[in-house]
Design a binder for this molecule. Structure first.
Ligand code: AMP
Length: 197
């Protein structure tokens, strides 16, 4: 199974991705996690990305597309993957389309986790207080405001992009973790497929 999780910062993409990983034996590919690892390791990409990430802006498309291209070729991604935080621009989505076509692979679905904007700030503040080792550098009010703005301008258009391809499934992300997780499984038709054998 190959999925994309789409939603603003604080929508619960990371949490839901982890649940999907456990249930479906697929890997979670989070460009945010990979970039944070690159920053921590002080690689060339990390050095380029740090200030951009801290400001809540987007790292250039060619960098994240390159990261994903390398990562989906690894053996553990063959059974399937969940893209968490990628694509974030129409350019990235088009690059992904080309990449998958070249490899003869198809996406199964794009899950949009829809949440009210008003709840995002408090969710992220909560996450900042709970993260082991301290809050993420971009979990502060100013960077968050920028991340939400960037989401609206650059990432939200992907909802229509994937809807037009017939891939979009929208779930209500305002419910509890369990319920959102159940809605995702329903949207994927996993229950039905199992019933049909
Ligand atoms: P995330 O953990 O997904 O919230 O990502 C944290 C930060 O990493 C973002 O605010 C961006 O600066 C950068 N980032 C992660 N994924 C992407 C992407 N697909 N395109 C551009 N920048 C990204």
């Amino acid at each position: 199974m190959r999925l994309i999780l789409l939603g603003p910062p604080g929508a619960g993409k990371g949490t839901q991705a982890q649940r999907l990983v456990e249930r479906h034996e697929i890997v979670q590919l989070s460009t945010g996690d990979m970039l944070r690892a690159a920053v921590a390791a002080g690689t060339e990409i990390g050095l380029k990305a740090k200030a951009i990430m801290d400001a809540g802006e987007l790292v250039p498309d060619d960098i994240v597309v390159g990261i994903i291209r390398d990562r989906i070729e690894k053996a553990d991604a063959r059974k399937g993957f969940i893209l968490d935080g990628f694509p974030r621009t129409v350019g990235q989505a088009e690059a992904l389309d080309r990449m998958l076509k070249e490899k003869g692979l198809k996406l199964d679905a794009v899950i949009e986790i829809r949440v009210d904007e008003g709840i995002l700030l408090s969710r992220i503040e909560k996450r900042a207080g709970e993260t082991p080792g301290g809050p993420r550098a971009d979990d502060n009010a100013e960077a968050l405001k920028k991340r939400l703005e960037v989401y609206k301008q650059q990432t939200a258009p992907l909802v229509d992009y994937f809807r037009s391809k017939g891939l979009l499934k929208t779930v209500d992300g305002m419910k509890g973790i369990e319920e959102v997780s159940r809605s995702i499984e329903d949207a994927l038709g996993v229950g039905n497929a199992a019933a049909k054998g």
